[in-house]
Design a protein around this ligand. Structure first.
Ligand code: SGN
Ligand code: CA
Length: 539
């Protein structure tokens, strides 16, 4: 009521008159659900890490709410998207890892909106095979997609579009909004590919960002000694596992001249594929910026220590990664401006999130997957002027599991009883103090790229308990208030014995509540081995 009252006053004050007030009063809200790929909360200025500036994304928080403890249930792309659509944990919706098929025939929240008179669209990256269901219109990237001159599958037909993927996706959103049926409320899934690996920025941004130096994380050289085997054997190190050509953009010729071996079989292939898609002008401009970087590196490389190399590669990584985010942020600004210019801001829910978090050099890492904070957490900012008071900060333990029921709740549609997430609408109206005590997490994709072992666990506001299984049997316990960087596993410390017991009990209860079990994990493992055995060694 409070939000609505404030909204009415605002509209009245802005001089738009009573017709609009009446028109908006009983309307179902529009929804713009912005999701980027691998966008770390550390790289959004509203989160206060001082790494970069994202003024447009920050605007969503200033005019709405920022969540400081939002998490995903399974920190990997396609599974996260399946959870977001269905409101069900991976072991319930079936998409437990990037390799399994997603069953589009199951219910998803967009289908529900579509059945209830919403105009719906999906634009950008979805990473779920098969024909998207629930959308009046879709234009999606095949699999991971490409940054330059990308192919799009538009309602079933594949076409290549000249230009830069982030800008094209934003154009598509604005065009669709312009052409939509204005008699209906709308829901658009605006899903950017950026800033996914291998981080190819737009010209206007790489020109600036390649000249900048970024703050290093305090744990850039942490050695994971206080953690278990999984952290020590993961292949996510910036120096040892990031590709020199594909990721750091050092040309294959330069690598050969310096005698540097590429870190993976596909590093050079990636460089050739990514740059090979550019047209002449794009490539000439790229070379004009990156060739001098390569030459400079060639002159320094022979005398560089491992530490200097790590620092250099961290900067190279941040320059491209953050430059990709600059385009994403501009796109958000364009869409927010569009809403303003078309009197849509008041009754439109705008959500900004990522499919998971990401490591920006913490523990020397890139990528995600682990239940440790940087990848478990995900950015989440939301604005809905009609109902959500501006300037809120929330520590509620919301998850990507909650998007489906939250949107249905706002749309006034009954939430199906088999949805496992919970609407967080009441949290934003200060009517739900104890939203959730603990979140449940599962990760299945092992053995696979980055070699992060299978695990599951729970996180409360203060503690985290993780079990790594399959080829190890190890428990880890972290006290996030004493050790926010999770450098010391206190599972076997006597002073945490009582906490440990409580967390074990909570974990058992949560697994039961959500319907997960060791047996189900074994079934997923068997399925995984069958799916990937032709392509993976070491099983
Ligand atoms: C690719 C990336 C990996 C990344 C996976 C999954 N390598 O394989 O680094 O973890 O995608 O990412 S790359 O060299 O091909 O870019 S996800 O976001 O789709 O889950
Ligand atoms: Ca991702």
């Amino acid at each position: 009521m409070k939000g609505l009252f404030r909204g009415l006053i605002l509209v009245a004050l802005s001089g738009l008159g009573s017709t609009l007030v009446n028109a908006q009063k009983n309307e179902a809200p529009n929804i713009i659900f912005i999701m980027s790929d691998d966008h770390a909360y550390q790289a959004i200025s509203a989160y206060g890490h001082g790494l970069n500036q994202t003024p447009n994304i920050d605007r969503i928080a200033d005019e709405g709410v920022i969540f400081n403890s939002a998490t995903v249930t399974n920190s990997i792309c396609a599974p996260s998207r399946a959870v977001m659509l269905t409101g069900k944990h991976s072991f319930r919706n079936g998409k437990v890892d990037n390799h399994q098929e997603f069953d589009w025939n199951q219910d998803n929240f967009v289908k529900q909106l579509q059945e209830n008179n919403y105009a719906t669209a999906l634009l950008g990256k979805i990473h779920l095979d098969g024909t998207p269901q629930g959308f009046d219109h879709y234009a999606v990237l095949p699999a991971q997609g490409n940054y330059y001159n990308p192919d799009f599958i538009i309602n079933g037909d594949t076409t290549q579009i000249e230009g830069y993927v982030t800008d094209i996706t934003t154009d598509m959103v604005i065009d669709w909004l312009d052409d939509r049926n204005t008699d209906k409320p709308f829901c658009v899934l605006y899903h950017q590919k950026a800033p996914h690996r291998e981080w190819l920025p737009a010209e206007r941004h790489y020109k600036k960002y390649t000249k900048r130096t970024f703050k290093e994380p305090t744990t850039l050289f942490a050695n994971n000694e206080g953690r278990g085997t999984a952290a020590q054997t993961a292949e996510m190190n910036i120096l040892s596992h990031m590709n020199w050509a594909g990721d750091s953009k050092i040309s294959p010729e330069a690598l050969e001249a310096m005698g540097i071996d590429e870190n993976s079989d596909w590093g050079i292939e990636a460089w050739e594929k990514n740059l090979g898609r550019m047209n002449k002008q794009q490539r000439a401009s790229w070379d004009a910026t990156y060739q001098p970087i390569i030459e400079d590196f060639k002159s320094k490389y022979p005398t560089m220590s491992k530490e200097q190399l790590t620092k250099w590669r961290y900067q190279r990584y941040m320059q491209d990664y953050l430059a990709c985010i600059a385009s994403v942020d501009e796109g958000v600004g364009r869409v927010l401006d569009y809403l303003d210019q078309n009197n849509l801001a008041e009754n439109t829910i705008v959500v900004y999130t990522s499919d998971q978090g990401f490591y920006l050099g913490e523990n020397g890492w890139f990528d995600k997957r682990f239940m440790y904070e940087q990848s478990l957490r995900t950015p989440l900012l939301m604005r809905y002027p009609k109902e959500v008071e501006a300037g809120q900060k929330s520590d509620a333990l919301v998850q990507n599991l909650d998007f489906a029921p939250t949107f249905l709740d706002y749309a006034g549609i009954n939430i199906p009883t088999d949805i496992q997430g919970k609407s967080f609408r009441k949290v934003l109206n200060q009517e739900d103090e104890n939203f959730r005590d603990a979140v449940y997490y599962t990760y299945y994709e092992y053995p696979s790229i980055h070699m992060v072992k299978r695990h599951y666990g729970i996180r409360t506001h203060r503690y985290k308990l993780i079990h790594f299984y399959y080829d190890v049997d190890q428990w880890e316990l972290y006290d996030l208030s004493a050790d926010p960087d999770e450098q010391t596993n206190v599972y076997n410390s006597p002073e945490y014995a009582e906490i440990k017991e409580q967390l074990h009990q909570q974990l058992t209860d949560l697994r039961k509540e959500y319907g997960d079990s060791d047996q189900l994990q074994q079934e997923h493992l068997d399925r995984y081995i069958n799916t990937v055995k032709e392509t993976m060694s070491g099983l």
